[in-house]
Write a protein that binds this ligand. Structure first.
Ligand code: GRF
Length: 185
């Protein structure tokens, strides 16, 4: 099968990146990951880039030109899909418009509920019984683009932020790959 080129943006531990790399090595998976971008030099996820010999770039966002040059680079590499996987910076309008309908994000709540940060803390504070994760297209509003897939997680009375994070992330690791299969189906 001819696989599309994809790039994953990370900032931290990269557990979703790991799951995506694993899926992308399967014969029938629609993408291959040929570029990883991190805005953090020490991002744990970069170890995976090295381990799997995937080219990577660390962004110096203090330089205004960097997203311009990134988008040129991604076009050159013929990237069909950009997966944000724990990428903690907000992409600018110009960049998003250049890759319309090609940028997707994974968020640890059942959107449109709990956009933004600290989702587990807020979910527990509100005594929710249900949460989960959402994969959605990225548009110019935070966590608001068209939803591709959601997965639910039930909240137990003894759940803490940590246990909830573990449960939600376990769902995320399957959901991200599933949503990419849906996109290219
Ligand atoms: C995930 O929980 C994702 O929903 C959020 O950031 C976290 C990234 O985790 N956007 P990891 O770096 O993939 O482990």
């Amino acid at each position: 099968m001819v696989k599309r080129n994809a790039c994953v943006f990370i900032s931290g531990s990269g557990t979703n990146l790991k799951a995506l790399i694993k899926s992308s090595r399967e014969y029938n998976f629609p993408i291959k990951i040929n570029y990883i971008i991190s805005d953090t030099k020490g991002a744990k996820g970069l170890k995976l880039a090295k381990l799997y010999k995937i080219p990577f770039r660390i962004l110096n966002l203090s330089k205004l030109i960097s997203l311009e040059s990134v988008s040129r680079e991604l076009h050159k590499k013929n990237i069909s899909l950009i997966c944000l996987a724990g990428y903690m910076k907000i992409l600018n309008k110009q960049f998003i418009n250049k890759f319309k309908k090609k940028i997707i994000n994974i968020h640890p709540s059942l959107l449109p509920k709990y956009k933004g940060l600290n989702t587990f803390k807020r979910v527990l504070k509100n005594k929710e019984k249900l949460t989960g994760c959402t994969i959605h297209y990225v548009n110019n509003k935070l966590d608001s683009g068209k939803i591709i897939l959601k997965k639910r997680v039930f909240i137990e009375s003894n759940d803490t932020e940590e246990t909830l994070k573990t449960k939600v992330q376990a769902k995320e690791h399957c959901a991200y790959s599933e949503s990419i299969i849906n996109i290219f189906r």
